[in-house]
Design a protein around this ligand. Sequence first.
Ligand SMILES: [Zn+2]
Length: 70
Amino acid sequence: MRIFGTEEPVVMEVNGRPLRCVVCRHDTFYKRSSILHGAAASFFNLESASPSCVCLVCSACGHIHWFLPT
Ligand SMILES: [Zn+2]
């Protein structure tokens, strides 16, 4: 699945372990940073910080894995 034009998906690690998609077990992702707004920021209780998160989009099925910045 080509989601972001010509960008090549990459292998990602989380805490030193290779990330696999929770849906299809694929192992390459497109990386995006996003700003949380409104309800999403409230959900994560981050309204007072400048809330942002890292999105890793599975290159096979498109499932989005969200991570808070560390
Ligand atoms: Zn997937």
